[in-house]
Design a protein around this ligand. Sequence first.
Ligand code: GLU
Length: 390
Amino acid sequence: MRQVLKNTKRQLVVSIPVKMDGGEVKVFEGYRVQHNIARGPAKGGIRFHPRVTLDEVKALASWMTWKCATVGIPYGGGKGGVVCDPKSMSRGELERLTRRYAFEIAPIIGPDRDIPAPDVYTDEQTMAWIMDTISMVRGHTELAVVTGKPLALGGSQGRAEATARGCLYVVREACRVRGMQLRDARVAIHGFGNAGANFARMVAAEDGARVVAIADSRGGVLNAEGIDVQAALRHKAETGVVERTPNTEPVARDEVLEVDCDILLPAALENSITLANVGRVRAPLIAELANGPVTPGADRVLFDRGVLLLPDILANAGGVTVSYYEWVQNQYSYFWTEERVKETLEQTMQTAFAGVHAAAERHKTDMRTGAYILAVGRVAEATDLRGIFP
Ligand code: GLU
């Protein structure tokens, strides 16, 4: 069983020729990996980033398997990536790259096979292009082939903020368990993309927390009294960066991980907290809004120090959970209200938190191991029941 679960079911490597605006052709490399489909079709985002590698996509695909099993949604795990620098490409170049990539992976994706979604530097427009490309190839509109689509194209209410909202629900549970107040709690957020920015907005507006530090890929800002999150969002929308947000002091990007705070949200990329900097991380509660932001070595140090860490496969599972609701709505062509999405997500996240917490207590271990005990158990049970064919 260990051998079965640790191996990737299917990996596709594609080469993507794209006509650039200057007339030349550039060839990009892309991947789509299906780690496991024992509990349902593969599911997981597509990442556009200059440092994407096949090994990274394999790791991200396997995290999706465990994530879907942790929250109990009927999917396996998949992930895609294209090695490119989207920030230096025009909209036209990105559209051509996306469509050719979608065409190349078309043979292995589909509503009952593998359903992509947004991830780092892809968004609802990327999903609209993929949906359209696959629909053109198949000769009919295939809404459920991707999730995270725009509302006008079969997207779901609440999907855009779902990763952050799901995290907020489990952070509330963690505060309850630890007897901590979220009101006025000092929150630091490392990463200001879809997940980090929405988390900052909601934790300030809905829970009255003080966001004391934020960083994006370029740099960070601080204000111990609390950053005006709306001002930071406006500043980021206007200038593309959080640096120089009004009423903040500058700080190096990765120092945001080390500021004095009550709750830390690593919301950027993998390997942000390592043995090199974990000694300076001061938060007693950490929720992994990114995938894989804490290395195994750093994880042990945090656990030994009594830090409560909510692992990625629980803390950021709200995104794929609302993707699941989107896929369900697409299949029965009946759309839910935002209230229904939020309530169902809250129930799912609370149940998942309770399950993980109970498993961790029962086995006297940390929340990550608790989540893996649940998730691996569910995937192993499905694998066992299905058996091996042929
Ligand atoms: N990319 C997101 C994740 O890592 C969402 C995946 C999805 O919605 O399928 O969980």
